[in-house]
Ligand binder design. Structure first.
Ligand code: PMP
Length: 361
């Protein structure tokens, strides 16, 4: 069976060995003669797996012991709202850095629960640059500082973790988690929807410094409270068992392929090849982002002549290159180069792009 090269922004490509293993294990998981989806999350087998998945993630990301790991639901969007519920009291403020669609959405969804202070924004510049750190108007009494480490639609990424002093840094890493090593200690809270670099949608990974769980909050139902989730091993109610299992397979795949350092190098090479092709196309293709903050994961680009867009999409699909259509907010094209997109896929993409440009110039 031949598979397409998948450049989807999310839900996105999963590593082929992960899919193959899930397929092999589907009908008889772990000697149970049933699939993992058909078993109680309270059963011995599932609990043992969940613990192992967490241990593997801790090792991959070198997560210190004073951080808890949660496997939540609701998508990253739900946590845009739940984070201020858990980290701020009524009337408190939080600093938001706006660098694209998702950090903007995080701020607007937080607004009912915390006074949002936009400490920096590159919106006026259509999010083509990052607001320089020295221009941020941070409030030392803020409950937290929120960033989106990678903007999936606008294609900008923090390549250095900003220093925000003693205020906890909260990062939406939905689209660049596990793409390379990071120093977890620099963050108060990391969260990521699973459907890019982790597994299927419907699962949200959270890494939270334990002391933040003790903050006084407004009254709320237990189900929304991270401290309760932590006390119940993310099983206050029925978790996304299938997503948890697949995340575990992805973590093992990462470990078996050199871990996050190897992933970072591979991701760097893939992105460099694509950006070099765009920049070297004599203007046929264009990526408008300030080069030092270009995303390694999501590469938006336009064709000089947008009348060729339809042909580009049709021909690329015929060539086995899937999901290159850009987000509707920006138009044009977008190639997402997550961990599971192999270098051969990017090579096939740039070969196609060069050929297309030659034929249509
Ligand atoms: N944050 C980022 C950076 C995203 O790319 C997305 C969407 N894929 C979201 C948040 C929202 O995620 P979800 O659809 O899981 O709520």
């Amino acid at each position: 069976m031949s598979r397409v090269w998948n450049f989807s922004a999310g839900p996105a490509a999963l590593p082929l060995p992960v899919l193959e293993r899930a397929q092999r294990e589907l009908l008889d998981w772990n000697g149970s003669s049933a699939s993992v989806m058909e078993q109680s999350h309270r059963g011995k087998r599932f609990i043992a797996m969940a613990q192992q998945v967490e241990a593997n993630l801790r090792e991959l990301m070198s997560i210190p012991d004073d951080y808890v790991v949660l496997f939540e639901q609701g998508g990253a969007t739900q946590h845009f709202a739940q984070i201020p519920m858990n980290l701020a009291r009524e009337g408190d403020s939080a600093d938001y850095i706006l660098t694209g669609h998702w950090s903007e959405k995080a701020a607007s969804e937080a607004a009912p629960y915390v006074r949002v202070n936009v400490a920096a924004s590159s919106k006026a510049d259509s999010y083509l640059h990052m607001p320089p750190r020295e221009t941020w108007k941070l409030d030392p009494s803020a409950s937290y500082v929120h960033i989106a480490s990678n903007e999936t639609i606008h294609g900008v990424e923090f390549h250095q973790i900003p220093d925000v002093g003693n205020v906890p840094l909260v990062a939406d890493m939905s689209s660049d988690i596990l793409s390379g090593p990071i120093d977890v200690r620099r963050f108060g809270l990391i969260y990521a929807g699973a459907q890019k670099n982790i597994g299927p949608s419907g699962l949200v990974l959270m890494i939270i410094r334990r002391d933040l769980l003790e903050r006084p909050t407004r009254p709320m139902a237990k189900i929304f409270r991270y401290a309760e989730q932590a006390a119940n091993d993310s099983m206050l109610n029925t978790p996304n068992t299938w997503g948890w299992y697949l995340a575990g397979l992805t973590f093992e795949w990462l470990r078996d392929n050199g871990g996050l350092t190897a992933m970072a190098e591979c991701n760097r090479q893939k992105a460099e090849l694509l950006y070099a092709t765009i920049d070297g196309s004599g203007g046929f293709y264009h990526n408008p982002i300030d080069p030092p903050v270009r995303s390694r994961m999501n590469v938006p680009f336009t064709l000089q002549d947008s009348r060729l867009d339809a042909a580009f999409l049709q021909e690329s699909e015929a060539a086995g290159l899937m999901a290159l259509k850009g987000h509707k907010a920006l138009g044009g094209m977008r190639a997402s180069l997550y961990n599971a997109v192999p270098p051969e896929a990017v090579q096939a993409l740039v070969d196609f792009m060069r050929d297309f440009a030659r034929r249509h110039s």
